[in-house]
Design a protein around this ligand. Sequence first.
Ligand SMILES: O=C(O)CCC(=O)C(=O)O
Ligand SMILES: [Fe+2]
Length: 230
Amino acid sequence: MLLTLPDILSTEDLTLARRLLADAPWTDGRDSAGPQARTVKNNQQLPHDSEAAQSIRTMVLNGLNRSPLFFSAALPLRIFTPRVNRYGGEANTYGNHIDNAIRLKVNEAGQTEYVRTDVSCTVFLNDPDEYDGGELTVSDTYGTRGVKLPAGHAVLYPGTSLHQVTPVTRGHRLACFLWVQSMVRNDEQRRLLYELDMNILALRQQHGETPEATSLTGTYHNLLRMWAQT
Ligand SMILES: O=C(O)CCC(=O)C(=O)O
Ligand SMILES: [Fe+2]
Protein backbone atom coordinates (compact mmCIF):
# COMPACT_ATOMS: atom_id res chain seq x y z
CA MET A 1 0.00 0.00 0.00
CA LEU A 2 1.21 3.47 -0.94
CA LEU A 3 -0.22 6.15 1.33
CA THR A 4 0.24 9.93 1.62
CA LEU A 5 0.37 11.43 5.11
CA PRO A 6 -0.35 15.15 4.82
CA ASP A 7 1.20 17.81 7.08
CA ILE A 8 3.53 15.68 9.18
CA LEU A 9 5.68 18.80 9.65
CA SER A 10 4.42 22.31 10.47
CA THR A 11 5.50 25.50 8.70
CA GLU A 12 7.68 26.33 11.74
CA ASP A 13 9.32 22.88 11.60
CA LEU A 14 10.06 23.36 7.90
CA THR A 15 11.53 26.84 8.41
CA LEU A 16 13.85 25.49 11.11
CA ALA A 17 14.79 22.45 8.99
CA ARG A 18 15.67 24.66 6.03
CA ARG A 19 17.83 26.89 8.22
CA LEU A 20 19.68 23.91 9.70
CA LEU A 21 20.20 22.34 6.27
CA ALA A 22 21.64 25.49 4.71
CA ASP A 23 25.14 24.70 6.02
CA ALA A 24 24.85 21.09 7.14
CA PRO A 25 27.77 18.60 6.96
CA TRP A 26 26.63 16.47 3.98
CA THR A 27 28.45 13.18 3.34
CA ASP A 28 28.34 10.53 0.60
CA GLY A 29 25.08 8.53 0.84
CA ARG A 30 26.88 5.36 -0.26
CA ASP A 31 28.37 5.08 3.25
CA SER A 32 25.10 3.56 4.56
CA ALA A 33 24.18 1.43 1.51
CA GLY A 34 24.44 -2.33 1.09
CA PRO A 35 26.45 -3.87 -1.80
CA GLN A 36 23.64 -3.73 -4.44
CA ALA A 37 22.28 -0.31 -3.44
CA ARG A 38 25.82 1.09 -3.43
CA THR A 39 26.08 0.48 -7.19
CA VAL A 40 23.00 2.67 -7.90
CA LYS A 41 23.09 5.16 -5.02
CA ASN A 42 24.44 8.64 -5.64
CA ASN A 43 23.12 11.15 -3.13
CA GLN A 44 24.17 12.86 0.08
CA GLN A 45 23.17 12.25 3.69
CA LEU A 46 23.79 13.77 7.08
CA PRO A 47 25.70 11.91 9.82
CA HIS A 48 23.28 10.75 12.54
CA ASP A 49 25.10 12.85 15.16
CA SER A 50 25.02 16.18 13.30
CA GLU A 51 22.91 18.94 14.88
CA ALA A 52 20.69 19.25 11.80
CA ALA A 53 20.02 15.49 11.63
CA GLN A 54 19.19 15.32 15.35
CA SER A 55 16.72 18.23 15.24
CA ILE A 56 15.06 17.12 12.03
CA ARG A 57 14.61 13.53 13.16
CA THR A 58 13.07 14.71 16.43
CA MET A 59 10.55 16.88 14.56
CA VAL A 60 9.79 14.05 12.11
CA LEU A 61 9.29 11.48 14.87
CA ASN A 62 7.07 13.91 16.81
CA GLY A 63 5.07 14.60 13.65
CA LEU A 64 4.56 10.91 12.95
CA ASN A 65 3.63 10.21 16.56
CA ARG A 66 0.91 12.87 16.32
CA SER A 67 -0.56 11.28 13.18
CA PRO A 68 -3.40 8.76 13.71
CA LEU A 69 -3.09 7.89 10.02
CA PHE A 70 0.56 6.90 10.47
CA PHE A 71 -0.30 4.71 13.44
CA SER A 72 -3.18 3.00 11.68
CA ALA A 73 -1.27 2.40 8.43
CA ALA A 74 2.13 1.43 9.84
CA LEU A 75 1.22 -0.10 13.24
CA PRO A 76 4.76 0.75 14.34
CA LEU A 77 6.74 -1.43 16.72
CA ARG A 78 10.21 0.07 16.12
CA ILE A 79 11.45 2.92 13.97
CA PHE A 80 14.96 3.03 12.55
CA THR A 81 16.79 6.31 13.27
CA PRO A 82 15.50 8.67 10.52
CA ARG A 83 18.10 9.96 8.08
CA VAL A 84 18.19 13.19 6.09
CA ASN A 85 19.22 13.14 2.44
CA ARG A 86 19.79 15.51 -0.48
CA TYR A 87 19.83 15.01 -4.24
CA GLY A 88 21.10 17.54 -6.79
CA GLY A 89 24.22 18.58 -8.67
CA GLU A 90 26.61 15.65 -9.14
CA ALA A 91 24.93 13.50 -6.44
CA ASN A 92 21.43 13.45 -7.85
CA THR A 93 19.83 10.00 -7.98
CA TYR A 94 19.19 6.66 -6.30
CA GLY A 95 18.48 3.94 -8.88
CA ASN A 96 16.20 0.93 -8.45
CA HIS A 97 16.78 -1.02 -5.25
CA ILE A 98 15.06 -2.84 -2.43
CA ASP A 99 16.00 -1.67 1.04
CA ASN A 100 18.02 -4.00 3.28
CA ALA A 101 15.57 -6.16 5.23
CA ILE A 102 17.26 -5.67 8.59
CA ARG A 103 18.91 -2.55 10.04
CA LEU A 104 20.95 -2.34 13.20
CA LYS A 105 19.94 0.57 15.41
CA VAL A 106 21.50 2.07 18.52
CA ASN A 107 18.55 2.97 20.75
CA GLU A 108 18.29 5.81 23.31
CA ALA A 109 19.71 3.56 26.04
CA GLY A 110 22.81 2.96 23.88
CA GLN A 111 21.85 -0.66 23.17
CA THR A 112 21.78 -2.10 19.69
CA GLU A 113 18.55 -3.57 18.34
CA TYR A 114 17.45 -4.94 14.99
CA VAL A 115 14.76 -3.18 12.98
CA ARG A 116 13.03 -5.15 10.21
CA THR A 117 12.16 -2.73 7.41
CA ASP A 118 8.47 -3.58 6.81
CA VAL A 119 7.39 -0.04 5.89
CA SER A 120 9.49 2.70 4.24
CA CYS A 121 8.70 6.38 4.69
CA THR A 122 9.92 9.54 2.98
CA VAL A 123 9.10 12.95 4.48
CA PHE A 124 9.57 15.74 1.94
CA LEU A 125 11.47 18.76 3.30
CA ASN A 126 11.13 21.09 0.31
CA ASP A 127 8.51 21.79 -2.36
CA PRO A 128 8.32 20.10 -5.78
CA ASP A 129 8.68 23.42 -7.64
CA GLU A 130 12.17 23.84 -6.16
CA TYR A 131 13.58 21.00 -8.26
CA ASP A 132 13.03 19.04 -11.46
CA GLY A 133 13.08 15.22 -11.39
CA GLY A 134 13.57 13.67 -7.97
CA GLU A 135 10.45 11.56 -8.21
CA LEU A 136 10.20 8.61 -5.84
CA THR A 137 8.94 5.76 -8.03
CA VAL A 138 7.62 2.70 -6.24
CA SER A 139 6.82 -0.61 -7.93
CA ASP A 140 4.74 -3.22 -6.15
CA THR A 141 2.04 -5.71 -7.10
CA TYR A 142 -0.28 -2.81 -8.08
CA GLY A 143 2.20 -1.44 -10.66
CA THR A 144 4.56 1.54 -10.59
CA ARG A 145 3.67 4.95 -9.17
CA GLY A 146 5.62 8.18 -8.97
CA VAL A 147 5.45 10.38 -5.87
CA LYS A 148 6.52 13.97 -5.36
CA LEU A 149 4.83 15.74 -2.47
CA PRO A 150 4.69 19.24 -0.95
CA ALA A 151 7.10 20.04 1.88
CA GLY A 152 5.97 18.53 5.18
CA HIS A 153 3.98 15.69 3.58
CA ALA A 154 5.13 12.07 3.83
CA VAL A 155 4.60 8.89 1.87
CA LEU A 156 4.49 5.34 3.24
CA TYR A 157 5.30 2.42 0.95
CA PRO A 158 6.03 -1.27 1.51
CA GLY A 159 9.62 -2.12 2.43
CA THR A 160 9.32 -5.04 0.03
CA SER A 161 8.91 -2.77 -3.03
CA LEU A 162 11.45 -1.94 -5.70
CA HIS A 163 11.90 1.83 -5.71
CA GLN A 164 14.11 4.62 -6.96
CA VAL A 165 14.58 8.38 -6.89
CA THR A 166 14.89 9.71 -10.45
CA PRO A 167 17.74 12.13 -11.26
CA VAL A 168 17.32 15.69 -10.01
CA THR A 169 18.13 17.89 -13.02
CA ARG A 170 17.51 21.31 -11.41
CA GLY A 171 17.81 22.48 -7.81
CA HIS A 172 17.98 20.18 -4.78
CA ARG A 173 15.56 17.67 -3.29
CA LEU A 174 15.65 17.49 0.51
CA ALA A 175 14.00 14.66 2.43
CA CYS A 176 14.01 12.68 5.64
CA PHE A 177 13.49 8.94 5.31
CA LEU A 178 12.99 6.12 7.75
CA TRP A 179 11.91 2.53 8.14
CA VAL A 180 9.35 1.01 10.44
CA GLN A 181 9.18 -2.47 11.85
CA SER A 182 5.46 -3.04 12.05
CA MET A 183 3.55 -5.10 14.59
CA VAL A 184 1.97 -6.65 11.47
CA ARG A 185 4.71 -7.87 9.18
CA ASN A 186 2.55 -8.71 6.14
CA ASP A 187 1.69 -5.80 3.86
CA GLU A 188 -1.71 -7.23 2.82
CA GLN A 189 -2.80 -7.84 6.39
CA ARG A 190 -1.67 -4.34 7.35
CA ARG A 191 -3.63 -2.88 4.43
CA LEU A 192 -6.81 -4.78 5.42
CA LEU A 193 -6.53 -3.54 8.99
CA TYR A 194 -6.00 0.03 7.77
CA GLU A 195 -9.04 -0.11 5.47
CA LEU A 196 -11.20 -1.65 8.19
CA ASP A 197 -10.08 1.01 10.68
CA MET A 198 -10.81 3.87 8.25
CA ASN A 199 -14.24 2.47 7.40
CA ILE A 200 -15.19 2.02 11.06
CA LEU A 201 -14.13 5.62 11.65
CA ALA A 202 -16.32 6.84 8.76
CA LEU A 203 -19.30 4.74 9.93
CA ARG A 204 -18.99 6.20 13.42
CA GLN A 205 -18.80 9.74 12.03
CA GLN A 206 -21.91 9.17 9.90
CA HIS A 207 -24.10 7.18 12.30
CA GLY A 208 -22.59 7.60 15.76
CA GLU A 209 -22.06 4.58 18.00
CA THR A 210 -24.17 1.66 16.71
CA PRO A 211 -24.07 -2.05 17.68
CA GLU A 212 -22.54 -2.73 14.25
CA ALA A 213 -19.74 -0.17 14.77
CA THR A 214 -19.03 -1.70 18.17
CA SER A 215 -18.95 -5.18 16.70
CA LEU A 216 -16.69 -4.17 13.81
CA THR A 217 -14.32 -2.52 16.27
CA GLY A 218 -14.16 -5.86 18.05
CA THR A 219 -13.42 -7.56 14.73
CA TYR A 220 -10.60 -5.08 14.09
CA HIS A 221 -9.00 -5.79 17.46
CA ASN A 222 -9.44 -9.53 17.15
CA LEU A 223 -7.71 -9.50 13.75
CA LEU A 224 -4.96 -7.31 15.19
CA ARG A 225 -4.58 -9.74 18.10
CA MET A 226 -4.33 -12.62 15.61
CA TRP A 227 -1.75 -10.95 13.34
CA ALA A 228 0.31 -8.66 15.56
CA GLN A 229 3.70 -9.57 16.98
CA THR A 230 5.21 -7.41 19.68
O1 LIG B 1 14.98 9.71 -0.85
C1 LIG B 1 14.02 8.95 -0.81
O2 LIG B 1 12.84 9.33 -0.95
C2 LIG B 1 14.20 7.45 -0.59
C3 LIG B 1 15.58 7.08 -0.24
C4 LIG B 1 15.78 5.61 -0.31
O3 LIG B 1 15.14 4.90 -1.05
C5 LIG B 1 16.77 4.99 0.57
O4 LIG B 1 17.59 5.70 1.17
O5 LIG B 1 16.77 3.75 0.68
FE1 LIG C 1 15.35 2.86 -0.47
